[in-house]
Design a protein around this ligand. Structure first.
Ligand SMILES: [Ca+2]
Ligand SMILES: [Ca+2]
Length: 116
């Protein structure tokens, strides 16, 4: 599960079984402190703020509209998709929109995106 072997991109995809499957010794750990990965390049998960669907680095009503636009108006998808999964159930739907609105305006739970 490599990103683009045909283009000689040997970085690991997020679901690769090589992630955290390398030498267990702490001195071999990846730069992010996790167990080493098998392969030439350690997997570095994309940095994002949970709920920041539009990638603006702040959470606000624009993330709500971005999600609605993606879900119902064929708008661009959140990058990465996990950033829009505000309720952390692994999928993107109206419940993520309501979770974000509750967080922003109703003292609701902090967005709970899946583990990065
Ligand atoms: Ca945002
Ligand atoms: Ca969700």
């Amino acid at each position: 599960m490599l990103a683009g072997p045909a283009e000689h991109d040997f970085s690991l995809l997020a679901g690769s079984p090589c992630i955290d499957a390398g030498h267990p010794g702490a001195s071999y750990n990846d730069p992010d402190g996790s167990r080493s990965d098998i392969g030439a390049l350690p997997f570095m998960p994309p940095e994002y703020i949970c709920g920041d669907a539009d990638g603006s680095a702040v959470l606000n009503i624009l993330d709500v509209t971005y999600l609605i636009n993606f879900l119902y108006k064929s708008g661009p998808e959140p990058e990465p998709m996990a950033a829009g999964d505000a309720d952390g159930d692994g999928g993107l739907n109206i419940l993520d929109v309501t979770h974000l609105i509750r967080y922003l305006y109703k003292d609701g739970e902090t967005p709970l995106c899946p583990e990065k």
